[in-house]
Design a protein around this ligand. Structure first.
Ligand code: AMP
Ligand code: MG
Length: 509
């Protein structure tokens, strides 16, 4: 009888049991994963269930609601065929090797395989202590769970790669943070939750022979075209190229919507290039290039304008960890690793420039497009202009001088400086062939009207803490269509109120 048998299981008839549980993580075994049942929690109740993510993994959400999901997604009852595990990883935290970290409060129920072969890990975050909890309680609070739920869905609907949120389950069990709060468990879904730090852990253990099995599992499950490369060194090099490209694309995506991750430690970096581990993240309100969303980040290591460079630094730690896979001779491996890393900057710059051109409504490439964007950012920074509203306002400005400039100019105190920038933008637009309507439609499809501002999340959290989940549901619904006008919800696109300026966010809650 394993530990997992101490938690009751479904009878095989629950909607969760209709999924095809393959449990590839557990099959990989120690030292990557430890069997770990969730801990029972007091009287769990449903808070939110996400129909989109249910559909993504082939779950019938109506059937799930009817059958009840609080027992399963609290960890109080295991799906019949799940083999729950916690994952062992390490990481560089704020630039320093922190040793073993691991899933201290997250338990992966297992992974399921859709009919088309796509696999997904299903994980409960806040499901109790594990061998990696160190001195912490293994729990999460309702507040942080709602923030992750909303943020991951906001990013997904902006088209940005991220882990997804399937459900929130609450419990009145008290959890001690700065104050006593109540517990909640987030069900997180992703094709894989393997991190840069998963490989670093093996490297720092000097368990070099353990690197290939984990790399092979990732490559086989997620990169079939790379798995087909028969020479192992060539295969792993192609995989590193893929990880570099995905990381660069992800960070370019964040920069383009003013998103700051907040804790870009290597244990929070996904090898699939997904946004992973939402803590003190933030969407920027007024534009400030060195904005830091995490008040414990006193050195501003993870400031908005540092993220691209941090991506490279983190990739450096990842490549170092998997050097033994790149070549037989250590010197050759180092040289190859360095060459691969040197490609990052060019890949990132191209990815960023493509997004910035689209934001400015430019369908063609001009030599001075980056300079045009940078001059706008300067005026925005000088005026504290709102990141999202400024770009959304620009969508509506016509090419003819004076045509509908207010939505843009109203975001600036110094309207003359903003108008002067509009004049240079119009000069550039003269090289384009699209008419205003076509350009506006294209710009509105990349410049969101609705983002998850901290104050919006805070309103949903405070109402949920009082037992009312309607604001959480409403905000989630609006964020499903961030590029649509949704005039009935225009209030959610407003600047933050004064009270929101004092909101303070720090690491894990
Ligand atoms: P994070 O800042 O959420 O990425 O967490 C960093 C590390 O601390 C990871 O190993 C987490 O699993 C662990 N951790 C964070 N909060 C808790 C908690 N309440 N209980 C146990 N481990 C935790
Ligand atoms: Mg983490």
């Amino acid at each position: 009888m394993s530990d997992n048998d101490t938690v009751p299981r479904t009878d095989g008839q629950h909607p969760l049991d209709q999924l095809n549980w393959v449990n590839a993580g557990p099959a990989l075994g120690v030292p990557y994963y430890s069997p770990q049942p969730p801990s029972l929690i007091l009287d769990p109740y449903p808070v939110a269930l996400n129909d989109d993510v249910a559909e993504l993994i082939g779950l019938d959400s109506a059937a799930l609601r009817a059958a009840g999901y609080a027992e399963i997604f609290s960890g109080n009852c295991l799906p019949h065929d799940a083999e729950p595990v916690s994952h062992r990883y390490g990481g560089h935290q704020f630039g320093v090797w922190a040793g073993q970290l691991g899933d201290g409060r997250a338990i992966t129920l297992g992974d399921i395989c859709r009919d088309d072969g796509q696999a997904f890990d299903i994980q409960l975050k806040g499901a109790g202590q594990t061998p990696y909890s160190r001195f912490a309680d293994g729990r999460a609070v309702l507040r942080s769970t709602i923030r992750e739920y909303l943020a991951s869905e906001a990013l997904a609907n902006l088209g940005i790669p991220t882990t997804r949120a399937l459900a929130i389950v609450g419990s009145d069990a008290p959890v001690r943070r700065e104050t006593i709060e109540t517990a909640a468990i987030l069900t997180r879904v992703a094709p894989s939750l393997v991190r840069f730090g998963s490989f670093e852990m093996l490297f720092y253990d000097r368990s070099f022979e353990q690197l290939a099995p984990l790399a092979d599992a990732v490559i086989e499950a997620h990169h079939p075209e790379i798995a087909a490369i028969s020479d192992p060194h060539a295969r792993y090099r192609a995989w590193v190229v893929e990880v570099i490209e995905r990381t660069a694309a992800l960070i370019a995506d964040w920069q383009a919507v003013g998103f700051c991750h907040g804790v870009l430690n290597t244990d929070n970096m996904s090898v699939l290039g997904l946004t992973l581990d939402y803590g003190p993240f933030g969407f920027m309100d007024s534009f400030q290039p060195d904005w830091v969303c995490n008040h414990t980040d006193v050195g501003a290591r993870y400031a908005y304008n540092q993220q691209p460079q941090v991506g490279l630094w983190n990739l450096g730690r990842f490549v170092q960890a998997i050097l033994p896979l790149l070549a037989d001779e250590p010197d050759d491996a180092v040289e190859i690793g360095q060459e691969l890393l040197e490609t990052y900057r060019g890949i990132y710059d191209a990815a960023y420039l493509a997004r910035i051109r689209a934001k400015l409504g430019l369908a063609t490439a001009g030599d001075d497009d980056l300079a045009l964007a940078e001059s706008l950012f300067q005026v925005m920074a000088a005026n504290g202009a709102d990141f999202t509203r400024t770009f959304r306002g620009l969508c509506h400005v016509g090419q003819a001088p004076g045509d509908n400039e207010a939505p843009f100019l109203d975001e600036f105190v110094d309207r003359d400086a903003a108008a002067a920038w509009l004049a240079t933008w119009r000069t550039r637009l003269a090289d384009e062939s699209r008419d205003d309507a076509a350009r506006r439609a294209a710009m509105c499809a990349v410049n969101p009207k609705y983002i998850l501002r901290n104050y919006l999340a805070q309103n949903a959290i405070e109402q949920a803490q009082a037992g009312d989940y309607s604001e959480l549901a409403r905000l989630h619904e609006i964020l499903k269509h961030p590029f649509d006008e949704q005039p009935e919800s225009a209030d959610y696109a407003r600047l933050p109120p004064d009270w929101a300026r004092g909101l303070v966010l720090s690491c894990s809650a």
